[in-house]
Every structure is written in C-alpha cells, then in structure tokens.
Design a protein around this ligand. Sequence first.
Ligand code: SAH
Length: 263
Amino acid sequence: MTDFEPRTVWLVGAGPGDPELLTRKAERLLSGADVVFHDALVGPGVLALARPGARLVPVGKRAGRHSQSQARIDRMIVAAARAGQRVVRLKGGDPAVFARTAEELAACRAAGVPVRICPGITAASAAAASLGTPLTLRGQARALTFVTAHACAGDAADVDWQALADPGATLAIYMGKAMAGRIARRLIAAGLDPATPVALVENASLPDERRFDSRLDLLPIAARSVLGEGPAVILVGPALDYAREPAAAPGRGSARALTAGAA
Ligand code: SAH
C-alpha cells in the first residue's frame, strides 16, 4: 500500500454501518492497518474488513456510557504511530462531521505524525437514501444545515433558533433523539410551520434500521414511541416531503406519523 506508510495515522470514515457503504479507499486502509482505534458506532461488518491480525481497539463514546476521554484517544493514536504502526482511527459516518477530528488532527500535527482523512458517508446522507428523499430541493430547500442536538440544548439565548427555523432549508439533526420534543417546540416557536415534513431514521443502513416520516408538531410523540436504542438522525424541511414508505398510504398526517419502517 503505497500511501499507508508506517508511523502514519488515517482518520477513516466508516459510513453509517452497512459495509457496502464504505469507500474502497477505507476498505484498503483497513486491510493495511496494524491497529484500528474504532468508535462504538462502527459495526462488526466493517471491523471484519480489518487486516487479520490487526489490533482492534474500541475507543467508543456513547452518550451517558463509560468512554475514553478525547485526550486519551489523541495520545493513543499518536503513541501507536510513533511506535511505527500504520494507524487507522475509524469513525462512524464521515470524520469531518461531529467526530472530534479537529482534536486528533491537532494532536498528530503537534507530534509531527503524518495524518490524513478518508471521507465517509454521513448519517444524514444514509438516512435520506433509505427514505428515498433528497436533502436539497431546487427552489425550496436551498441550504442544508448539520446541527447537533447538543448545540440546541442550550438556553434559547445561546441558539439562533430563527436561523435554524429557516423554511427554505433542510435541517439534519444529529444526536437529537432525546431532545426531539424540545427541538420541535423551539422550531415551531421560532416560526417554522408545524406541518413541516420531518423524517427520523434510526440505525440507518443497518439490518435493524427503522425509519418513519411525520410532521414537526408530531415529532415529540413519534420520537418517544418509536425509537429503540440505536443512533438516529432527524431531518426537517420541505425536501422531506419526498420521503415515502413503500407501503405507506397516500397523504401526510397523523395517520402516518407513527409508521415504523418496514424493516
Ligand atoms: N461522524 C458521524 C456523526 C457522529 S455523531 C457521521 O458523519 O454520521 C453521532 C450521531 O450520528 C448519532 O447520535 C446519530 O445522530 C448519527 N448517526 C450515526 N450513525 C447513524 C446511523 N447509522 N443511523 C442514524 N443516525 C446515525
């Protein structure tokens, strides 16, 4: 592998879970790695592609569960590279999206360790694909905003809800399951139409994927009653009107609000 020298770190996007949604480059890097430091969200199907004999080190961070501190992860990847290893730091989705990549880049660069990024399919893209919907819509959804619910969790004063409640944009909310109700209320209070299409996908691309579409004012009920334990992404905006379950009845409204995915 010409571009994977010992003593280097690759921050690799593992995609949303389905190994088929991995890039060929990611697969190649995995098959060349001496050690793979991976997130909790990276599933067995992807890890199985690591070189036989490669050391697999879980460094997962899940909300509310025991986790390694980011500083410790930074130290681990730097130490492994300095020990002469080919290091893959495998992250769910795309390393550039809500993945603490800045810290790892900084740690490697400060230590003089070469570090590169291999992109991956982010959760919002995987969710849109599963739903059969675009994320942008000519003339109606001209912007796409990626936001974490943590950003939404602050006081109303900390968050520019007016900007988030843009009827001409799509909002992709990560880590938002627990806060779905609050987010919906704030967006409506900031002026977004309660009937704005919303979709929610849990475990996008995995065998236990669940997806459903609803409307903004029904999102709290839906999020409470439908979701399991897996990661979920919430999509809000006019483009989501294209989300259609294969067997769904025509029309949008409360009758469809709690329709779980057919999976
Ligand atoms: N770098 C990742 C995001 C990490 S933040 C990416 O680009 O996708 C973790 C959040 O990502 C989760 O709380 C959830 O909102 C979302 N997520 C990750 N994998 C997912 C999946 N398979 N299905 C739905 N949402 C997912």
